[in-house]
Design a protein around this ligand. Structure first.
Ligand code: SF4
Ligand code: SF4
Length: 434
């Protein structure tokens, strides 16, 4: 296996933008009828039963789970289960979708509050796995890979996305509480909060080191933060947690702080919404709210063949319906006008080399893509550094043949991940939080 150990950034062409000094007021989205919560059903098991059924009354903050499985979701509203069905996500990921009709009144489940006086990793594992910002709890609780350094990113990985910058500016008190709690419950001796260069703040002492990253895309990517701030390179076959480092978003850290100080599990997600004309707004909605409700509250009309993307312009994923629910890790929604959608083509690679020149990981992409197009994922990983890819999307942006290279890479990693879980021993209980 080739190991790419050094990143060489080409001359920056794309810049992250800073949140304006005058904070935008996020639009509070009211859910029009129901929310849909997605519970992962991989790996498939036949001997498990969902803890609720159609017609059951559900409280806000209530856990919904399968018997014989550690995974769960938290209800973001009070209501009645209206349907339970299967749902297929990105790259064929399978979920059980639980739809809940909203009640006129709210009742909060009190289970979590009983445990909040003494915060612990067990409580975080049992209740906070799907808070806004997607707390990487599986990484924090793995005794085989103890975490020594937690990096809290106040930057947003993609362009035109402001979600984490907004959380840092608007809710630093919750982040500060979250940092104190994370330090206590994980034993991590180093917590670093990373901000975009030039970000103005008056934090004072928040219990974490403060560092900045350049505004040139993709400097806010965890791999480049690891190299430029921690001075460490992650070998292609290793993960951050192998080196004792865990990345999380500022929103996840704020969720931990809010949860333990209020006694309630946070259920409202902050999202950046990028309209067709590239104007940007912020919105706050319950996890599970359909994209449709957010667009209609913001006055955004979706025409036939317009594209809905979850995430930003470089790394987001298109979804086929505006019924798609907001997830704990949905940082942005982007709408592309049907006339502006960059189409992929079936032209072959012409070996122009533009993708290799722009790739921060210097992967031989023109060779890699041939194996990916043929579905030879293991060979792609062994021979052409698939796992060195930091998923910035720059190669797809510059490809003159319009080959969807980035999507091929994500599909290949997903398929290899599925294969390794399927081949793991039966007692496997790990997870891949980002
Ligand atoms: S997405 Fe493309 S350009 Fe970015 S690191 Fe991966 S292969 Fe390189
Ligand atoms: S940019 Fe596209 S056409 Fe050019 S070498 Fe890379 S994959 Fe081939």
């Amino acid at each position: 296996m080739i190991k790419r150990s050094f990143f060489g950034l080409p001359k920056p062409r794309l810049e992250y933008k800073a949140l304006p000094d005058k904070l935008p007021e996020p639009e509070e989205i009211s859910c029009s009828g129901n929310v849909t919560l997605l519970l992962s059903t991989f790996p498939e098991q036949t001997d498990r039963t969902l803890s609720v059924k159609e017609g059951d009354k559900i409280k806000t903050g209530q856990k919904l789970f399968f018997t014989n499985d550690d995974a769960y979701i938290i209800s973001s509203i009070t209501g009645t289960v209206s349907s339970i069905s299967s749902f297929t996500g990105d790259f064929g990921a399978s979920y059980t979708a639980v739809s809940i009709n909203i009640s006129d009144y709210e009742e909060v489940d009190e289970q979590f509050e009983l445990y909040t006086k003494t915060p612990s990793l067990d409580t975080a594992r049992d209740f906070l796995a799907c808070v806004p910002g997607n707390l990487p709890i599986n990484l924090l609780i793995n005794p085989e890979k103890p975490i020594k350094t937690i990096v809290i990113s106040g930057c947003d990985n993609d362009l035109m996305v402001y979600t984490n910058q907004y959380i840092i500016k608007s809710d630093i008190d919750s982040i500060k509480s979250g940092i104190g709690i994370l330090k206590n419950i994980t034993g991590a001796d180093d917590i670093i909060i990373v901000l975009p260069l030039g970000f103005k703040h008056e934090f004072g002492d928040i219990g974490a080191r403060v560092s900045t990253v350049d505004t040139a895309y993709p400097a806010a990517s965890p791999h480049l933060i690891m190299q430029n701030i921690l001075g460490r390179i992650v070998p292609a076959e290793k993960s951050f947690e192998d080196l004792g480092v865990c990345f999380m978003t500022a929103e996840a850290a704020a969720s931990v702080g809010r949860a333990f100080t209020s006694g309630k599990i946070p259920v409202k997600k902050t999202i950046t919404v990028i309209n067709k004309d590239e104007t940007v707004k912020l919105a706050v909605a319950e996890i599970g709210t359909p994209v449709r409700d957010i667009l209609s509250t913001l006055g955004i009309t979706l025409n036939e063949k317009d594209r809905v993307i979850l995430g930003g312009p470089m790394t987001g994923t298109a979804v086929y319906s505006d019924e798609h629910p907001i997830m704990p890790d949905t940082s942005a929604i982007m709408i592309q006008d049907s006339g502006n959608i960059p189409h992929v083509s079936d032209y072959p690679c012409i070996n122009c080399g533009d993708c290799i020149r722009i790739c921060p990981a210097r992967i031989p992409i023109s060779m890699l893509v041939r194996l990916l197009e043929a579905g030879q994922y293991e060979e792609a990983a062994d021979q052409y550094d698939l796992y060195s890819c930091i998923e910035c999307g720059l190669c797809s942006l510059v490809c003159v043949s319009k080959i969807p290279i980035f999507q091929y890479i994500k599909l290949a990693k997903y398929e290899l991940g599925r294969m390794s879980i399927a081949e793991a021993p039966d007692d496997y209980s790990g997870g891949d939080d980002e």
